[in-house]
Write a protein that binds this ligand. Structure first.
Ligand code: GLU
Length: 418
């Protein structure tokens, strides 16, 4: 049994809430859909640079594969427990179904603090982890990708380690690679681009404009910083951002390009000479048009939901809002665009990378961005249509209604083995 309020318990609650709005979903199929198919735990003995040995734990969960190969990222984080990884894999199964990709859902993680690892140590962790899970991944089986604290370099090491065992180069075993070795243009910023597109869409839908909209972003890693830059490009004022060191605030808008360059040099947002210092809690409660949680799960609890002053929430992180917080937001009439849609840009462009790799054909950045925009806005429109037609309490329930129906249909066609 997952602990109360864990990401896994929350995900199952979200699915249960949507079930009543679905059509033709068999109860037995639905029961299956709430359980992961398999989860592997691997011990990773790693020689630290100082000569001592440390054993890290890593995981890969394949949650559901009814609609195609398992797909999902790998995160390096102290909170990457087995249960958290299972929940995040479940979110991926809903995300790929919602945006119509021919994939199931998976997730991986290594429980570690990557900020305490040197580059060489990260490389050893990545290679050992890849060896540990290599029997369960593969271009037609399960395709890892970046997530928190992993990026093109880790994907290059994963691809190389897998390829060494196969005896030839297998680019399509992971997505999010450097472009020089089979990555696609547009993947690094894809999740942030999707968040920016969806923020623009929800504002337009509510008869407002992204132009001059004020935005606060919790988290300034890959997703938060690209969301900030791409929203600023669309004319929004990103007035606050934060990271583990705390937040910075400027009511006239921060120089997010400068901040991103500062952070890319290994610095924190609070050590840049930008805006006034604020706490993470203050950032979540700022009076802004849009609040974007782009960090770990559970940032928006019922308490935060009760006092936040943003008009709209757009979830760039996975699992940032608890079900109790969802209830408060519904009561307060604050729309929240759910993670499974808002941050789907990453996996959409991962799919485009995988398609290019399997066809051994490359696309331009303009083609990739246009395809991303079409897929994510189509899914947004479908979610809004279900929200209006089924009168679901919130957008998350509408999104899950679609995802559950698609996964359930696939299960029904394929049947139960044996
Ligand atoms: N880690 C990203 C996510 O949570 C991307 C997964 C992928 O590209 O497979 O959606």
């Amino acid at each position: 049994m997952p602990a109360e309020n864990s990401t896994l318990a929350n995900m199952r609650t979200q699915m249960d809430r949507a079930k009543q709005y679905t059509e033709d979903v068999d109860d037995n199929v639905f029961t299956r859909m709430k359980h992961p198919e398999r989860t592997l735990t691997v011990s990773l003995p790693i020689l630290r640079d100082d000569g001592t040995l440390e054993v890290f734990e890593g995981y890969r969960c394949q949650f559901g594969g009814a609609r195609g190969p398992y797909k999902g990222g790998v995160r390096y984080h102290p909170s990457a427990s087995m249960e958290e990884v299972i929940a995040l894999a479940g979110l991926m199964a809903s995300k790929t179904a919602l945006v119509g990709l021919p994939y199931g859902g998976a997730k991986g993680g290594v429980q570690c603090n990557p900020k305490e690892l040197s580059r060489d140590e990260r490389k050893r962790v990545t290679r050992r982890y890849t060896e540990g899970i290599r029997r369960m991944i593969g271009p037609k089986m399960d395709i890892p990708a970046p997530d928190m604290n992993t990026g093109p370099q880790e994907m290059a090491w994963m691809m190389d380690t897998y390829s060494v065992y196969e005896g030839y180069t297998v680019p399509e075993v992971v997505t999010g690679k450097p472009t020089e070795i089979g990555g696609t243009p547009g993947r690094v910023e894809a999740t942030g681009r999707g968040v920016a597109i969806i923020t623009d869409r929800i504002l337009t839908h509510l008869d407002r404009s992204v132009e001059n909209a004020t935005v606060a972003i919790q988290g300034f890693g890959n997703v938060g910083s690209w969301t900030a830059r791409l929203l600023a490009e669309r004319g929004a004022h990103v007035v606050a951002v934060s990271d583990v060191s705390g937040g910075v605030y400027d009511p006239d808008g921060l120089d997010v390009v400068g901040l991103a360059e500062h952070v890319e040099r290994g610095e924190t947002v609070t050590s840049a000479d930008e805006g006034d210092q604020i706490s993470n809690d203050e950032l979540l409660r700022l009076d802004v048009d849009v609040l974007v949680p782009a960090a770990v799960s559970h940032a928006i609890t019922a308490d935060v939901a009760a006092d936040l002053r943003a008009d709209i929430v757009v979830e760039a992180a996975n699992g940032p809002t608890t079900p109790a917080a969802d209830d408060v937001l519904v009561e307060r009439d604050v729309p929240a665009v759910p993670d499974v849609l808002a941050n789907a840009g990453g996996v959409i462009v991962s799919y485009l990378e995988w398609v290019q790799n399997t066809q051994e054909y490359t696309w331009t950045l303009a083609e990739v961005n246009a395809d991303l925009e079409r897929r994510i806005t189509d899914a947004f429109d479908e979610m809004l249509a279900v929200y209006a037609e089924e009168e679901t309490p919130d957008l998350r329930t509408a999104a899950y209604t679609i995802a559950i129906e698609r996964n359930a249909t696939a299960h029904s066609y394929r049947g139960l083995f044996p």
